[in-house]
Ligand binder design. Sequence first.
Ligand SMILES: CC(C)(COP(=O)(O)OP(=O)(O)OC[C@H]1O[C@@H](n2cnc3c(N)ncnc32)[C@H](O)[C@@H]1OP(=O)(O)O)[C@@H](O)C(=O)NCCC(=O)NCCS
Length: 215
Amino acid sequence: MDLNHTKWFGIAVNRQKVLPVAKQIDKMNARNEQTIHLPQPEVSEQGLLKMEIRQIELSDAKNFITFYNTLVKQTDFLLSTIEEATKTVQQQESSIKKCDDYKQIFIAIEDNEIVGFMGISRNPMSKVKHIANFAIGVLDAYKRQSVATNLLSFAENWLKDKGVSRLEMTVISENKPAIKFYEKNGFSYEGTRHNSIKMNNKFYDELFMAKIINK
Ligand SMILES: CC(C)(COP(=O)(O)OP(=O)(O)OC[C@H]1O[C@@H](n2cnc3c(N)ncnc32)[C@H](O)[C@@H]1OP(=O)(O)O)[C@@H](O)C(=O)NCCC(=O)NCCS
């Protein structure tokens, strides 16, 4: 599917206003600036920050690379190492062009910055195409602010429209925050893959977790 011809859709979520000043200071440090500029974040009348969740577009390629490289440096719990994650803009654009009903990336955006993602993939074979597998991640500075919850809920609605009724993934057994997140969102434990991950010369188990989603 050529995303240039895809109808844009997305949601804007209002959520509690959090860390705007700390965020600006982080950005300032990253730019090595001496003066604090505090542009007003987009805030609704109720004082809530706006977060947009939508399907990735071709023009997001560069920002997505920056986001994903930062994310992979912040966590060991995604499959790719930083070396494996690094892509050129051209490679990222080519992946985005391949996005379709069976492989898709959803992004969460705040202040024009990508702060979270959820990547889904489905096997198109008829007996299993009702299953979607996924990976999800949120930048440290935006954790515990419902970014992943909103990404998951957006993706669930999108997937239900495509006829998906089962969501599944594996999570490293040491990844307690993610396990808590999945349990809170209705996923159940289905089994263990022993020694399925080898990281820094140590083996880790993965837990199978899944959720049945209905229309
Ligand atoms: C797991 C992850 C995606 C959660 O993202 P998030 O945006 O912080 O999650 P939310 O704010 O939507 O959290 C929803 C609920 O999940 C649970 N939860 C999330 N993080 C938690 C933590 N660190 N400790 C305990 N519970 C946690 C809580 O119940 C939380 O609700 P609450 O904040 O009202 O208590 C995020 O921690 C992350 O990106 N981790 C690194 C990458 C990763 O591990 N991905 C999953 C690989 S399988």
